[in-house]
Design a protein around this ligand. Structure first.
Ligand code: 5RP
Length: 218
């Protein structure tokens, strides 16, 4: 039996095979993305540049001498690689456990291809067991929380946590996510919401899933 950490390492290693020479890539955030960043070290001479999805990822990329570019300087990224908290076989995701969802969504949206790396414990029939992160403008925190309650959710303020964009996170449980794209859009309509962790409008194009039998590709 492989550990969750072994599975993360395996998908990170596999992901490197998808990077083409002279490409621009987006790099995600979290422990799985961290494994991928370590793998990037070995092929850093083959990429033109990397866009980071968080300050944490930026620091790591810089320390490894991986060429960094701002998103503004690239029209479209060739590939985005990131982890997720939950994924379905339709490649809809919940992300944002690490609080970097907004920049992650921006970088994913700016990329031709999004490969998501998970271990098999994160593959679900239906999204929503993992609390859904919603990034909010600080002054709107209570108001947004009340609106989320009207949608059936139970929001919890992630106290002591400030996002890279200087905002707050509400972690929402009990949402019945039958139609991920619809809920993604509804949440974004609430004034004060910056973004939410459902990735359905821009799902992953491919899932690499770490299993005991090896890496499964969907
Ligand atoms: C951060 C994220 C991460 O991709 C997600 O939380 C998965 O993290 P990990 O790879 O540590 O399990 O969305 O905002």
């Amino acid at each position: 039996m492989l550990s969750q950490s072994d599975k993360k390492q395996a998908v990170a290693k596999k992901a490197v095979e998808y990077i083409e020479d002279d490409s621009y890539i987006g790099v995600g955030t979290g422990s799985t993305a961290d494994c991928f960043i370590q793998e990037l070290k070995t092929i850093k001479h083959r990429i033109q540049g990397a866009v980071a999805s968080s300050e944490n990822t930026l620091t790591q990329l810089k320390s490894l001498g991986i060429p960094i570019v701002p998103l503004d300087s690239v029209v479209e990224l060739d590939l985005y690689i990131d982890g997720a908290d939950e994924a379905t076989r339709h490649r809809h995701l919940i992300k944002g456990g690490g609080g970097a969802l907004t920049r992650e969504k921006i970088v994913a949206s700016a990329s031709k291809k999004f490969i998501c790396l998970i271990d098999d414990s994160k593959l679900v029939e239906k999204l929503g067991l993992f609390p859904l992160a919603v990034e909010v403008i600080p002054m709107a925190r209570s108001m947004v929380a009340r609106e989320i309650v009207k949608l059936g959710g139970s929001p919890n303020w992630r106290q002591g946590f400030i996002t890279d964009n200087h905002n707050y996170i509400l972690d929402v449980q009990n949402l019945n996510i039958l139609e991920p794209a619809l809920l993604e859009s509804k949440l974004n309509q609430i004034a004060g919401v910056v973004s939410n962790g459902i990735f359905a409008y821009r799902p992953a194009d491919q899932l690499l899933i770490g299993t005991d039998q090896g890496v499964e590709v969907i």
